[in-house]
Design a protein around this ligand. Sequence first.
Ligand code: ATP
Ligand code: MG
Length: 581
Amino acid sequence: MKASQFTFATLKETPSDADVASAKLMLRAGLIRKSASGLYSWLPMGLKTLQKVEKIIREEMNAINSQELLMPVVQSAELWQESGRWVDYGPELLRFKDRHDRDFVLGPTHEEVITDIARNLLKSYKQLPQCYYQIQTKFRDEIRPRFGVMRSREFIMKDAYSFHIDQASLQKTYDDMYGAYSRIFTRLGLDFRAVQADTGSIGGFASHEFQVLANSGEDDIVFSDTSDYAANIELAEAICNDTRPVPSQAKTDVATPNMPTCEQVAEHLGLPLSQTVKTLIVEGIDDENGKPTLVALVLRGDHSLNEIKAEKLAQVKAPLTFATEDAMKTAGLHKGYIGVFDLNMPVIVDKSASVLADFVSGANKPDFHTIGVNWERDAQITQVADIRNVVEGDPSPDGQGKLQIRRGIEVGHIFQLGDKYAKALNCAVMGEQGKPVITTMGCYGIGVTRIVAAAIEQNHDEQGIIWKISETGESLAPFDVAIVPMIKGKMKDANNDKAMQMATELYNDLKIKGVDVLLDDRDERAGVKFADLELVGIPHRIVISEKNIADNGDVTFEYVYRADGEKQMLTLDEVLAKIAV
Ligand code: ATP
Ligand code: MG
């Protein structure tokens, strides 16, 4: 491609509403333009990158015999009513009516549509397993679109779905997918981890998230410092091997005026935060008369509630809902001063809080806390449960090493669905025994547009984007090589210019070799071109000037590798070796 015929849409100023490095750089480098909140256009430079991601995904999906198809973006509400998600999905699902007043949705995901296809296509167990995928636009009306294309409302996803006669067959395809995902993210040059994830309310069997490590990530991921244990924080089990000491203090109320938080109380009393507890009041499941109930959750002051773990408890309503101030008042509770005793509701205590002795809790009266509190003697436990987030240094649940926590960007998710959708939509095949069998399903997503942003989060500098060349020699760079001829005067008059001739020759040569090469023949100052090429992140830059062409025609090329910025004077063969052709 000649740069004079290609739209460079680089910006000098950073758009003011861009909130993370990747969003700033994607806008400044002219990869994307914002159309409205959470809606972006991919400009030619960005689309080239996106298509490189898609190519790698397609190759790896095809390699595990997943078949590409394409489903409609607009989906009939009837399918969503059949699955029950018309009610369950909530406001992220954009619903609308057509001119005949019929309900439709903009697809946020395609379990319903694919299951409808499968129930019509698949008749016998002999046809199974089957796996289908598509690369297509999704719409989710995210409550807070942010971070550019990382959390947008419209985005491109690769979504795959598999159908099986039994769990063993699902497990095999799941393992194949795990392998394919690992190869995809390796080829993309991402520093990633596959982490165990929560299967949530769907109640599937197994699930892994593929997380790209980056400080701007929205997820906390947890690893062991010695073993290969890795999990999403939602799932990571908090281990507590301590035993409760015997009580040594009497229970005493102390004045703590205007000190509703554990931090304030611990500081005031000169005690460690880990010696205090907090009581959180959440909504319980309705009682036998259909009346709302409350549940108390007790955690150590230095620990935080894991809502996913808590909402799985039988007494607790899902999704987890904190009690309103009114409900607390009616129950005679004072926010910031709630104790662990005299509570007329189930008291569920986190494991780590349950092994405390002589601890501090609210006194159940405003402006007072109680010190020297002890379980059983002063307060009763209904149930001990793991309801907290793990913290750095906790023992690893697999018994090996201690836990570390890092931020991650979820770029992929594989999930064993079981029969949730197949049952609801009656996707059955004739089984080996001559009886219909409900199929077992898996679903597998990759955030195609999010990957581009995640790659930039991992690799960039002051000058712009750095597209890493992966261990398989691939990169997402829109162009692999830029050739810059240094000429005097205007490009249109440069036909006889030696540097231009050499540049064009090299350009044609590389094109024939299949290299994605850009000839920067724009009428711009060299400094402007270099800044643009660095911003866009073209990995290899080759500058050709007349001063480096010897009388006998030998050329010395000025070569710069974007990732280290080092300038080298090289022969043609050395340049070709650098760009690996
Ligand atoms: P998240 O927790 O980030 O909201 P999710 O669990 O809703 O993700 P899935 O339903 O598993 O996501 O979707 C598959 C993939 O699609 C995700 O792994 C992610 O990479 C991508 N994705 C999800 N939501 C968005 C979004 N709003 N913008 C861009 N990509 C997204
Ligand atoms: Mg989501």
